[in-house]
Design a protein around this ligand. Sequence first.
Ligand SMILES: Nc1ncnc2c1ncn2[C@@H]1O[C@H](COP(=O)(O)OP(=O)(O)OP(=O)(O)O)[C@@H](O)[C@H]1O
Length: 382
Amino acid sequence: MSDYVLEFDDVWYSYPARPPSLSGISFSVERGKKVAVVGPNGAGKTTLLLMCNGTLVPEKGSVRIDGAEVEYDRAALRRVRTAVGLVFQNSDAQVFAPSVYADVAFGPANLRLPEDEIKTRVSDALFAVGLAGYERRAPHHLSGGEKKRVAIAGILAMKPEILVADEPTASLDPATAAEIMDLLDELHEDGTTILLSTHDVELAYRWADEVILLGGGELLHQGTPAAVFTDRELMRSARLTPPVLLDLYMELSRRSLVGADVPPKGIPEMTQLIEGVPPKERKFGTVFVADTDVLTKEGLDTLCVEHSSCRTGAMGTRAKRFCHDAGHSPDYTYGVVDKCLLAAMTGEDTLILTCGGMLDRVELRARLFAEESGISVPVVRV
Ligand SMILES: Nc1ncnc2c1ncn2[C@@H]1O[C@H](COP(=O)(O)OP(=O)(O)OP(=O)(O)O)[C@@H](O)[C@H]1O
């Protein structure tokens, strides 16, 4: 099996009577990565994403999925669209059936799956996006955020290996946007490779393993978010500004107010850079982590009583829904791990409620923070 799930090799594309929208694009995406395609308006992001599932055919060059060159006959396209699920920028273009059920079932039905399997997939996908019970609703009467979730559910029901999402958080309120990103993280934890497009550099910096920077139809750079966003020349040529955190870091660094040469990944690292090494006698708080998949409502009540001195955070769509249904309102519902690390740095204990692979994610984030800052925050599963 190829290490790369998606490869572009010298891909060119022009819309009729227009100069090229993509000019000789080559890049590779490793299996299991989270990749952000970043660029200003008109850079070619949507055009590039539409090539990932064969919606657009390169004028020149080739696209490979799992090492095999994409072909464009009907049968081949069906295989490509099973492997690559594309969430469009405009959900109205994607959500069209008379009911939410019919919409989400459309893809699996096209795969000619048995009726029982289709029902299970639709119900699982609607549960994952928090729309269980919406089956009979008419999609055109839903809000923009709900339509986006229906569109994502339709793709989830196909169980794609690669999920491609065009500006998944555009025009969503911050809480809905955070929930959509949580959902993408949960899918990623389950092994899905994710490619999204955005001109939100803050989101790309926080979220992506890798950034593909586009400008004027050309690939300007592929690299880590820190490498791409600290390169002022690259940012200027892409007509983008760096994320605020990096901008601040670069300014403080220029004035020799911070010393490290590793740009801070998040606010905890930035805070530690400014504060310096905390005094030895400082006692750090503990981050307790509980798996909501194995908790009952009563179990959650007991846990919250036992940890009543802790601020609580719910991470991931399943955990948030569980807390909501059990009548609990956690203090943090987005950026949960970083908020808990910050609390720990001032000696406060916190309790994170989450499930699945997200438990490992908490430990991983704390470990990366310890490696960079030297501050070892205890993470304890309860
Ligand atoms: N259907 C179309 N017909 C003609 N030209 C198009 C079409 N779609 C896009 N273009 C042109 O192709 C170029 C790239 O557009 P594309 O939508 O891929 O950019 P983008 O980076 O996704 O932009 P945005 O951030 O504004 O969504 C632009 O110059 C645009 O005007």
